[in-house]
Write a protein that binds this ligand. Sequence first.
Ligand code: C2G
Length: 130
Amino acid sequence: MKRVLTYGTFDLLHYGHINLLKRAKERGDYLITALSTDEFNGIKGKRSYFKYDERKKLLEAVRYVDLVIPEHNWEQKVQDVLTYHIDTFVIGDDWKGKFDFLADYCNVVYLERTPEISTTKIKEQLMLQS
Ligand code: C2G
């Protein structure tokens, strides 16, 4: 069984996230998604609209996702790769190069982001319409 791991906040889940999760799953048989906690979002400088439990429920409903675990910090990735016997780490190419150190432990794949959609854009458009 090939195991894939990805990370993210996945707030206001949209088709850009789904495109990423779909292609990540295609790289193996089992996809683990490490979901940024509300506290870690603070460290990332992000305030999500949906809290962790709500974002987790949404992700768990996505057919490509097999397991959701918490992402508490920047430092846990190597341990996660080892703990979950990960074959491939996948993330959007906005992170290109940032996680190359994981190549000592697993394949590292940066996938093209879906260009025209983002959680920030959704929030901005909704503000304009309100
Ligand atoms: N994504 C995408 N296309 C978009 C928006 C997001 O492919 N239009 C991808 C991102 O590249 C990322 C995933 O969807 O791989 C989740 O995006 P975010 O929730 O914005 O994740 P981010 O804040 O980048 O968290 O330790 C890594 C971080 O936790 C990544």
